[in-house]
Design a protein around this ligand. Sequence first.
Ligand SMILES: *Cc1c(COP(=O)(O)O)cnc(C)c1O
Length: 376
Amino acid sequence: MTKDKIWLSSPHMGGNEQRYINEAFNANWVAPLGPNVNGFENDLEQYLGNKVQVAALSSGTAAIHLALILLGVKMGDEVICQSFTFSASANPIVYLGANPIFVDSEIETWNICPIALESAIKDRIENGQKPKAIIAVHLYGMPFKVKEILEIGERYQIPIIEDAAEALGSKYDGSFCGTFGTFAILSFNGNKIITTSGGGALVTNSKIDKEKAVFLATQARDDAPHYQHSEIGYNYRMSNICAGIGRGQMEVLDVHVSKRRDMNQFYNDLFENTDEVQVFKEPYSEYFSNYWLSTIVLKDYETREKLRLALEKENIESRPLWKPMHLQPVFEACPYYGGNVAESLFKTGLCLPSGSNLSENEKDRIKNIMLDFFEI
Ligand SMILES: *Cc1c(COP(=O)(O)O)cnc(C)c1O
């Protein structure tokens, strides 16, 4: 008999999601607008604080696309993007006919390296083009070096898009991730810290930008009794049903963050007595990670693969860290700045089951395999 699958990160309902969906059905608000959409945006604005404005969208990818449009990115422009990330961070650059410039990570947060970033900016300017935006990612929920990166953006007058798709509930120096950049984006895909089944959001400090985002996300209809368009629009708004799930999920977000942090502690305790495994941790006290995924680094690629296969054999999902964008066939021709930090993490790192809904029995199964594998 095969054992039940243990997932890396699976949806975890709080209980009230169904109630918000029922309200939508009862009022026949089964549409890409309605009270749940406004309610969910309001919940997120309250949660993030700092007077942010939130536009609920169909995905995090759509949010990055709209952020780039609102920053005026056009065909032939250059946009800097963290290489160590999921492809959705970079794809919207290409949707616009612009060119991604990839930058390596540093070893403390695994996110965009300030030194490599600055040399990329200088070189691109020397090359004749100043980058239009910088996409920095809080990967696996770990905040990037916010102070250093914002300072570089300020100095060169290049706006920052914060990809906080994996980092809702994470904080840097007491403020939530998603409140630092000119724009930030969130994702509520099925495997994220909270889910709306599929969805995302654009976060901004400007009410005008939020309104513009909503306008573009609803097919850019001019104010007229008939359908009139002076701009190209998109069908990117979140539905009132999905937003209902989101409202229920917001009620349990903090519980989910604390359970994911408990999972991280579980791995720290488990590997305390072996130096064969490095559990990825917050580097300094300013950093508070939601630990969306708990990740480890092994001594080499072979050990990583052996462990991954040992887990797979027991029907436990684990996954290599993100494959850097500059190593992806589709982005082969794009310029890259930095060394081999992201590449080496990709070779030796592994994401472990990290969900907020793992049972004691499931944790025991993981623990037993690890104890056996590392002979601890
Ligand atoms: C999930 C994710 C996205 C995209 O979000 P979707 O809602 O799936 O479109 C973007 N960036 C990162 C880092 C992600 O993990």
